[in-house]
Design a protein around this ligand. Structure first.
Ligand SMILES: *[C@@H]1O[C@H](CO)[C@@H](O)[C@H](O)[C@H]1NC(C)=O
Ligand SMILES: *[C@@H]1O[C@H](CO)[C@@H](O)[C@H](O)[C@H]1NC(C)=O
Ligand SMILES: *[C@@H]1O[C@H](CO)[C@@H](O)[C@H](O)[C@H]1NC(C)=O
Ligand SMILES: *[C@@H]1O[C@H](CO)[C@@H](O)[C@H](O)[C@H]1NC(C)=O
Length: 357
């Protein structure tokens, strides 16, 4: 008994002095080198390698983040205003960067240069009014991009074009006014697009051209009176759609969207008409064929990508005129050239043949 206890005691003593020795070694060797140390005001965790520096009133990105194997960096709720190009370029294996709740007034174009393993980037509530055009270049691994609750009023063409793996794009609570033809180009894996609570008046008819994998689209609480039927046909995987809180016009201009709703089997919010006055309060989805009886025929060329060819014939239903006019044939060829130029959007073949009844 006695011997065993003293043996135990001495081995505990050995462990203790061993730890002391390691601590001294660590202090002497590691600390002054910087690498492996945790920056001041931050807390570091081992698995996955995380540096957590939130809510510290930091005004710059802290120096000395141990970069070798850093996977997560939390800098949210600080006072960071300026991020220079290459600020994180040592963090080659970083997967998550949270910059939410910082007043990022000076974000340089190359701020995220080198973050080719980054999967989640949080920049919500950062008072962002504009984004440098090359901000997201080469972020090929990015899957989640949070830009909600900023002051963005404009998104340049091809801003997201390198984000081939992006699945979630949150842009709600900004001041965006229009979605142009190439704004979402390249987002071939996008699953959720949240752009509600903006000021969108106009959506280009090909704005969703690359979004064949989209399943959730929130466009509620914007200023949309019209939405092109072609835009919705391009987003052929949609399952959940919210379009409420927009001032829909339900005259002849509503027909392409109404046609799309007749064929699509999706869960959608209501679409209350605000004009013309006799249709106010009706739901656009539930208008009747009769409501469009006096409208000019829809343009068959609109399926193929032409812009405006108006038909003046009085034939009631356009399936009786399925043969495209020569002008729209030319535009069909033009649009298949465009398709060839962008290999991701070869959706032309999968548009179902028109068969309205
Ligand atoms: C950050 O600044 C605010 C306002 O100046 C202050 O109330 C708060 O205590 C500061 N927080 C830290 C962690 O220093
Ligand atoms: C944030 O930084 C600015 C100067 O860059 C300073 O005026 C302000 O007081 C800071 N706010 C907090 C909460 O520390
Ligand atoms: C994109 O995601 C897929 C599946 O998650 C993955 O296999 C691929 O490596 C990713 N591509 C890049 C460039 O990270
Ligand atoms: C629509 O947006 C306005 C202004 O941003 C907001 O006050 C309102 O609550 C929003 N409505 C809905 C239904 O989300």
């Amino acid at each position: 008994m006695e011997t065993r206890r003293s043996l135990k005691g001495s081995s505990a003593h050995n462990v203790k002095s061993g730890l002391c020795l390691w601590l001294i070694l660590w202090l002497v060797v590691v600390k002054p080198g910087g690498v492996g140390a945790c920056p001041r005001l931050c807390v570091c965790y081992p698995t996955p390698m995380t540096v957590s520096c939130q809510s510290q009133n930091l005004t710059i990105v802290p120096a000395g983040v141990p970069y070798d194997s850093q996977r997560v960096l939390w800098l949210y709720a600080n006072n960071i205003t300026w991020i220079e190009a290459g600020a994180f370029s040592n963090l080659r294996v970083l997967e998550e960067l949270d910059l939410g709740d910082n007043p990022l007034q000076r974000l340089e174009g190359g701020a995220f240069r080198g973050l080719e393993k980054l999967q989640s980037l949080h920049m919500h509530r950062c008072k962002l009014a504009a984004l440098p055009h090359d901000l997201f270049h080469k972020l090929y691994s990015l899957q989640f991009l949070y830009l909600q609750d900023n002051q963005l009023h404009f998104l340049q063409d091809d801003l997201f074009s390198d984000l081939v793996n992006l699945t979630h794009l949150f842009l709600h609570g900004n001041r965006i006014r229009a979605l142009s033809e190439n704004v979402f180009r390249g987002l071939v894996n996008l699953d959720r697009l949240l752009i509600h609570d903006n000021r969108i008046r106009q959506v280009n008819r090909r704005a969703f051209r690359d979004l064949g994998r989209l399943t959730i689209l929130y466009l509620f609480n914007n200023s949309l009176a019209e939405l092109p039927g072609q835009a919705m046909r391009d987003a052929q995987g949609i399952q959940f759609l919210r379009l409420n809180g927009n001032p829909w016009s339900c005259g002849c201009e509503a027909r392409p969207l109404w046609e799309w709703f007749r064929k699509a089997r999706i869960s959608s919010s209501d679409l209350m008409c605000t004009s013309p006055s006799q249709r106010r309060g009706q739901d656009l989805r539930f208008l009747r064929e009769l409501d469009f009886a006096l409208c000019p025929l829809p343009d068959p060329g609109s399926l193929a990508g032409s812009t405006t060819t108006t038909f003046s014939t009085k034939t009631r239903w356009w399936f009786s005129k399925n043969k495209p006019a020569s002008s729209s044939k030319a535009s069909y060829q033009k649009s298949s050239e465009t398709v060839k130029a962008f290999p991701f959007s070869c959706r032309q073949a999968s548009i179902p043949p028109q068969n309205p009844l």
